[in-house]
Every structure is written in C-alpha cells, then in structure tokens.
Design a binder for this molecule. Structure first.
Ligand SMILES: NC(=O)c1ccc[n+]([C@@H]2O[C@H](COP(=O)([O-])OP(=O)(O)OC[C@H]3O[C@@H](n4cnc5c(N)ncnc54)[C@H](OP(=O)(O)O)[C@@H]3O)[C@@H](O)[C@H]2O)c1
Length: 242
C-alpha cells in the first residue's frame, strides 16, 4: 500500500474540465484517480495523461450508480489507504429548453440524482479516507448558475440562463458545501465550491474560456494551504455570492 503519495480523485475526468483538472493536479505531483462512468473512456483518458508522464489510474465512478462508489472506496482503501483531494466535477445539464413552468419532473430527478444525491453519497462514502489525510480537500464543481443572489439581482446577468434543473442542482450543491464545511470545521478538511467560468467544453461549446484557465479554480481549491478558506464559493480567488 502506498501511504506517502498524495492522492487526488477527480470525477467526470475522461474529458472537459475534469480531464484538465486531473492533468494540472498530476503535474503538481499528485497520483490521480481519474473517475469516469464508462470504463473504456476512462482508460483512454488515463492513457493520454500517462503518456504525458503523469501518475494516473482510471477508476469507474458513475454518479447514477452508488455501487461504483463503494467499489471505488474499497479500491482506494486497499491500494492507497487514504485520499487527499476529492474533486466532485462530474455533472451535466439536460434542460436548457425548459423553465420552471414546464421542466419534466423525470429530468429534474435525473439531474439531481447525479449532480446532487450521487455527489453527496460519494462524498460521504469517501470521507473516512479523506479524514486519513493530514490536509483533506473537497472541491465541489458548482456553477455561477447555482447562485440565487445573482438570479434574483436585476443586473445579475443570468436572465437567459434559467435551466431550472441544472441550476437548482448546483444551488443544492452549494448548500451541501456550506453544511459539510460546517460539519468538518474542527478538522483539517476544507470544503469549497468552485465556479470554473464559462469554459469551452462539450457541455458549453460557445464558452470563451479554455479548459486550462477553467481548471485553475478547482486546482487552487484542491491545493489550499492550511490557512486557506473553507465553506466558500469561488471563481479564481474571488468570492462569489451564494
Ligand atoms: N463548461 C462550463 O462552462 C461550466 C461552467 C460551470 C460549471 N461547469 C461544471 O463543470 C463540470 C464539468 O463540466 P464540463 O464543462 O467539463 O462538461 P463535459 O465536457 O460534458 O464533461 C462532463 C463530465 O461529467 C461526466 N458525467 C456526466 N454525467 C455523469 C454521471 N452520471 N456519472 C459520471 N460522470 C458523469 C461526463 O462523462 P461522459 O463523458 O461519460 O458523459 C464527463 O466526464 C460539470 O459539473 C459542470 O456543471 C462547467
């Protein structure tokens, strides 16, 4: 078992922001557990990062399938014995053509199942391993679209971004961030929510930012020093309103 190496798990890391967060943490010397729901896509992405000289292992994590969470826990426990960083990055939006008057309930449930309930369950299952790290870090990949303050502000800039299932799943994730940080306030574990910016990925093909820039917020929060913040919501080092 390897207990000396720093271990980081990034979910939804077979592409997009997750892949780049994995790359940037790998370059900082972390051994990366590259989470992907599809084993073949995960293995392919891990191979790409290994070819860049990084220590990367693919691990199956499907946010709709809690069995993969316990399997991941057992594998990390037996191979590494602890987890230093958990970057809860996996997430999706399916409801851009709907609003609060007509979003299909099945879509709302499906979105919350992965973006919120799955994430909460995975985090709870992995917490005992994170508690074994001297400086555990949990990063919840949120979105500025989860900010109720900005949705309510006449000049908040979110009038054209009212995908209620996605947005409210990120609002719930923000609430979980605050509650989990509070529950862990007397431990070294720090819990923060990240907004990456509007980043060009398959989920946001028109995004103006590169994945390299977009990954930086989560990487900063995953590597915070002991006197860094907990229970916050950040883009870069700027605090965002809940
Ligand atoms: N791009 C932006 O502008 C932006 C802005 C704010 C927040 N975000 C957040 O950043 C995160 C990454 O998004 P992205 O832009 O990089 O999108 P992306 O390129 O579509 O990547 C999303 C990742 O999440 C995975 N995923 C989706 N549903 C999953 C599930 N049920 N179980 C496991 N993995 C699942 C995808 O796996 P598959 O390849 O198997 O589908 C993929 O690896 C998301 O949480 C998103 O909400 C993005």
């Amino acid at each position: 078992m390897n207990t000396a190496t720093q271990i980081a798990l990034v979910t939804g890391a077979n592409k997009g922001l997750g892949l780049e967060i994995a790359r940037q943490l790998g370059r900082l010397g972390y051994t990366i557990l590259l989470g992907a729901r599809d084993e073949a896509r995960g293995a392919e992405a891990a191979k790409r990062l290994q070819a860049e000289g990084l220590q990367v292992h693919a691990i199956q994590i499907d946010m709709h399938n809690p069995e993969t969470f316990t399997q991941a826990h057992d594998r990390i426990a037996s191979e590494f014995g602890h987890l230093d960083c958990l970057v809860n990055n996996a997430g999706f939006a399916a409801d851009w053509i709907y609003n609060a008057t007509n979003v299909p309930i099945a879509m709302l449930r499906d979105t919350f199942d992965a973006n919120f309930f799955g994430l909460v369950e995975l985090t709870q299952i992995l917490l005992p391993l994170i508690a074994k790290s001297p400086a555990g870090r949990i990063v919840n990949q949120s979105s500025v679209l989860g900010s109720l303050t900005l949705h309510c502000a006449p000049d908040g800039g979110l009038d054209d971004a009212k995908a209620v299932a996605y947005n409210s799943s990120k609002t719930a994730l923000n609430a979980f961030t605050v509650h989990l940080a509070h529950a862990l306030k007397d431990t070294p574990i720090k819990v923060n929510a990240a907004h990456p910016g509007s980043v060009k990925t398959d989920a946001n093909p028109e995004g103006p930012m590169s994945v390299e820039e977009g990954a930086r917020t989560a990487v900063r929060l995953a590597t915070l020093p002991a006197d860094g913040p907990t229970g916050g919501f950040f883009h870069g080092d700027q605090s965002l309103p809940w």
